[in-house]
Design a protein around this ligand. Sequence first.
Ligand SMILES: NC(=O)c1ccc[n+]([C@@H]2O[C@H](COP(=O)([O-])OP(=O)(O)OC[C@H]3O[C@@H](n4cnc5c(N)ncnc54)[C@H](OP(=O)(O)O)[C@@H]3O)[C@@H](O)[C@H]2O)c1
Length: 269
Amino acid sequence: MNLPDIIYGTAWKKEATTRLVVEAVRNGFRAIDTACQPKHYDEKRVGDALATLYKEGIKRDELFLQTKFTPLGGQDPNSIPYDKNAPLDQQVLESFEVSKKNLQTEYLDSYVLHSPLFPFSELLKVWQAMESIYRRGEALNLGISNCYDLEVLQKLYEKSSIKPAFVQNRFYADSDYDKKLRTWCEKEHIQYQSFWSLTANPHILADENILKLTLKYKKSEAQIFFNFLHSLNIIPLSGTTSQIHMKEDVAAFDFTLEKSEYQLIENLL
Ligand SMILES: NC(=O)c1ccc[n+]([C@@H]2O[C@H](COP(=O)([O-])OP(=O)(O)OC[C@H]3O[C@@H](n4cnc5c(N)ncnc54)[C@H](OP(=O)(O)O)[C@@H]3O)[C@@H](O)[C@H]2O)c1
């Protein structure tokens, strides 16, 4: 699998979703993250953007498309995209069909469980439904998000037949930046994706060491930080609404800091 450097996030964009996704791809993004969760994402408008981009010559297989199954607890009770009374496995299959239709695609590059369910038996039931989608070839990878408890992740890894390929988590101090979890993920070849990378870390972006690096490399604070995340084998998400930032984000990986400079930033975590 060709992993993207950075993923464009489509949360909270409402009616601007189509325009912003089109702009993101025109500015160089090749990976898109969304969710079948009308409360925060407009998956259908992501699909409309893709239709526009295909007309411009972008091909489906040039894009990495990722969406999520959001369990009932994460849905707006007035706008649930599947039958809330159906058994869990049925909810997943229904939600996936809605996603395919919204995104006008036959397959997803990555299908992510938005957050773990408790008890674990429910999580496993949902995962097994996701595995059936994987086996049909309609999801090329499976992932889990908002999973900060390493034991839960390890149990999922142990009990699943299709192992998680991705973990998508908030990258912030409260979880100690998932240091233990990330070390384990590396060992098991699970790719970590980060959100809140900029918004949760203004203290790092404002650090004088980062400032010095922006001058030395002629890159912005965000570019330095995204580049640093790469050195930790993290794929960041960016949901920027600015075309300048879109261009900056995709140009954040064409340079390499010195080892000691990466270490300086790592010491800030
Ligand atoms: N799995 C989950 O539960 C979950 C939760 C939250 C988010 N996500 C995903 O992650 C995506 C990203 O969300 P996020 O919470 O990390 O925040 P975000 O939506 O990416 O917000 C980043 C903020 O930083 C600013 N910014 C400044 N310079 C920037 C630069 N060079 N590049 C990018 N942003 C820059 C942006 O402002 P400008 O708009 O002015 O650039 C924006 O205010 C979401 O769209 C969603 O797909 C997933």
